[in-house]
Design a protein around this ligand. Structure first.
Ligand SMILES: Cc1cc2nc3c(=O)[nH]c(=O)nc-3n(C[C@H](O)[C@H](O)[C@H](O)COP(=O)(O)OP(=O)(O)OC[C@H]3O[C@@H](n4cnc5c(N)ncnc54)[C@H](O)[C@@H]3O)c2cc1C
Length: 404
């Protein structure tokens, strides 16, 4: 059986782990197409921007993670679902890859909103954009605006604010929703308050309930008419599923995610599989699409790989039955916010739990060992508690959290 994987993210790496034995026996051959042939571990994005970890800690060669796969450094530019072949653009030209089973694991990319973000802002996900952002932070800047107040935006703000604290920089977080970190609401309101409090203590000005209308070369225009001067703008506002050309006729939800069944097969297409950010995988209990984050992508990949092998052996594929575990965020060294099996906790315990958990789920043991050492060093040598903010302009500005 020839399996083609589009993308080299979590789904692909964990599917390969699940299929290891079948691949070793020669029952399955896999081809992975991904630009750059690297896996990116986004979990420690904040730690890298906060200068606690080097950027190379986020990037691992796919040759290390999927050693038995045929790796093609390129981008899938077309899929012919009827003839079961994909067109791949590489540095050397265009090549075709035939398959028996196709795994669409292309994940998501930064959304192109708000207008102007592509020309004047920085990306947290796209590898080239992220490298530019990392370099730019090391150059002089004064005003930073982060667009998007989900966990990713809050973590990013906190990491940068902690790195440059007491430095006279101005950092603002703009969130169009009524309250910060909607992922934690309404159930974990106390955790959301904790996140807000940490940003306040760093002096981050949080603006909720107002959208960014446009990003320009000198700042950001808000929908309410306010102009925020900024020499640095980063957007974390929304990821959109990648549209792999040639797959347009596959069924999707309105948000662009592929409709897949409980076995991770694309509806109506038994030879096409998907998971991760690109797929709406039904949750075993609620039936609603499972969240788009790394842990779910890892679990999707594992089940998908095992189901491919079951299908090969003539067995019935199994349902995706992972119920979920929790969420966590890092708001600076020793300042975590997490909930695990419904139990919320904060501070050092949450920070440490998250770090251990992320290290365990880093795809490369080599990278995880190095990151563990670097985090320990960061804790020992760099941790200082930020002084509580005395600036009234940084007081909590999210009334919904204050009322809770
Ligand atoms: C800044 C940031 C911080 C995050 N922090 C966390 C966190 O703390 N915890 C957490 O659980 N999740 C976090 N996430 C989310 C997590 O990274 C994603 O949910 C996860 O990466 C999804 O995995 P995936 O396998 O679906 O896709 P990805 O890991 O995105 O992999 C997709 C792959 O497809 C490739 N690709 C795309 N298009 C094509 C094409 N046409 N041809 C070939 N290859 C293609 C890409 O290059 C990439 O290799 C974060 C994301 C970001 C951006």
């Amino acid at each position: 059986m020839r399996v083609l994987f589009v993308g080299g993210g979590y789904v692909t790496v964990w599917a390969h782990r699940a299929m290891r034995r079948a691949i070793r026996r020669g029952d399955v051959t896999t081809t992975v197409v991904a630009p750059g042939l690297t896996h990116r571990f986004h979990g420690f994005t904040g730690e890298v921007l906060g200068d606690l970890l080097p950027p190379r800690r986020l990037v691992t060669d796919l040759a290390e993670l999927c050693p038995a796969a045929t790796l093609v450094d390129g981008t899938v530019t077309a899929v012919d679902l009827e003839r079961r072949r994909a067109t791949v653009r590489t540095a050397d030209g265009v090549t075709e890859v035939e398959y028996d089973q196709l795994v669409l694991a292309a994940g998501s990319s930064d959304s192109r909103t708000p207008p102007g973000i592509g020309a004047h802002g920085y990306s947290a996900k796209d590898p080239a954009g992220f490298a530019l952002l990392h370099r730019r932070l090391a150059q002089p800047w004064r005003d930073l605006v982060v667009v998007g107040g989900g966990l990713a935006g809050a973590e990013l703000c906190a990491a940068i604010a902690e790195r440059f604290r007491d430095d006279g920089r101005r950092i603002q977080l703009v969130h169009s929703g009524p309250a910060l970190v909607p992922e934690l609401l309404p159930r974990y309101r106390g955790l959301a308050r904790y996140v807000h409090r940490q940003l306040d203590r760093y002096g981050v000005r949080v603006r909720t309930g107002t959208a960014v209308r446009e990003v320009g070369p000198t700042g950001v225009a808000l929908a309410d008419g306010t102009l925020l001067p900024a020499d640095l703008v980063v957007s974390t506002s929304g990821q959109r599923p990648v549209a792999v050309p040639g797959t347009e006729q596959l069924p999707r939800l309105p948000d662009g995610r592929l409709r897949v069944d409980a076995f991770l097969r694309v509806a109506g297409r038994p030879e096409v599989w998907s998971g991760g950010d690109l797929a709406a995988v039904p949750h075993i209990a609620s039936g609603r699409p499972s969240p788009a984050n790394a842990l779910w992508a890892i679990k999707h990949g594992g089940r998908l790989g095992r189901n491919l092998v079951r299908q090969l052996r003539g067995r019935t594929p199994r349902r995706f039955g992972y119920p979920g575990l929790g969420r966590s965020a890092c708001l600076g060294v020793g300042k975590g916010a997490a909930h695990l099996y419904g139990v919320p906790f904060t501070g050092w315990l949450a920070w440490f739990t998250r770090a251990v958990f992320f290290l365990a789920y880093m795809p490369s043991r080599r990278q995880a060992r190095a990151a563990a050492g670097e985090l320990l060093t960061a804790v020992r040598t760099r941790h200082r508690r930020p002084s509580p903010s005395t600036n009234p302009s940084t007081a909590t500005s999210d009334p919904s959290l204050e009322q809770a």
